[in-house]
Ligand binder design. Sequence first.
Ligand SMILES: *Cc1c(COP(=O)(O)O)cnc(C)c1O
Length: 386
Amino acid sequence: MDRIYLDYAATTPVDKRVIETMVPFFDGVFGNPSSAHYFGQMAEGEVESARNQISNLFHSPGYEVIFTSGGSESDNLAIRGAALAARKNRGADRILISSVEHEAINKTAHQLQNEYGFKIDKLRVDNNGQLDIHYLEEILDEKTALVSVIYGNNEIGTINPIVEISTICHKKGIIFHTDAVQAEAHINIDLQQIDADLLSISAHKFYGPKGIGALIKKRSVDLTPQITGGKQEGDFRAGTHNVPNIVGFAKALEIKSTRNNNESLRLSKLRDLLISEVLDSIPDCQLTGHPTNRLPNHASFVFSGIDGNELLITLDMAGFAVSSGSACKVGNPTASEVLLALGINQQLAMGSLRITFGRMTTEEHIEKILDTLPIVIDKLRHGKGK
Ligand SMILES: *Cc1c(COP(=O)(O)O)cnc(C)c1O
């Protein structure tokens, strides 16, 4: 059976050019970048040139790039690191996060509330999943340690008005973090323009290796390190550098930034085709997230009378790799909090489906899933799925 991968928001295959760039750093230039000798210095030179390259692609002279093990660690360092530092420096003990964050933000914030004595408030979103700006303006105060709002949503694809949010936070002098892990894969982010204080990215979402990412931090922002030990990464993140991954990360970002515009246009045409056909051909279904202001490769739906996990398994057996909401939710029979935050009811939210495309996706793939999906939904609704 031909299998079709339609889950690029979960991860992407590593670009061959990225693999080639990485190979010499496993055994040739293998030194520890923290070592003072020749072998160490060779490796350090590569780490620093990757760092500069990444920094330049974000137009971020006022920022520093902190390498981490990926999006989750960047989010942890941003939220816990900034919250602890803000409390120490100015007594702030409140954290504002949107109600549609990735679990890496959500659980970190909840831990800070339950075990560190912080108070979290969730920021409202509208039915399309975009932040309610007026509500943010209303409740933001000087007791706030930081605000965190996702840039491009992994579950529903919605893109947030990041510049406006950043401006509101800065008017009150509050640190603003954005999880740009999904957005970064499709938008060439200019930090001069969006002016976020902290931004999380992860290489495996844009054809780079897994286990590497960065927290890009405005130099003026203080963080309490979350991994303590050696002096790597300006004392913000201890641990011997993963040189092959760092070099591969920079290469993946470089490739991505040269092809983004055309690729986004191609993907958004496929997305719009899929969305309009699904809504036309399947009764009792809804698009989730913003109808137009969404990630170019992202289509997400809810179907009434359907169990999302069952739908995912059935589509997998038919050769389509998709997701029900978030990859982390497989086997978890509760409705997604993100979907509930949009005002979708519990029953409907259980029947969610996320289809995300990438470089290998063709119009033929979209046509194939459009042929299969209505039949599968109909069968599952009439109990003939098993
Ligand atoms: C994938 C993802 C993460 C986690 O990144 P990892 O590198 O897999 O840890 C965080 N936030 C968003 C929005 C994501 O899509």
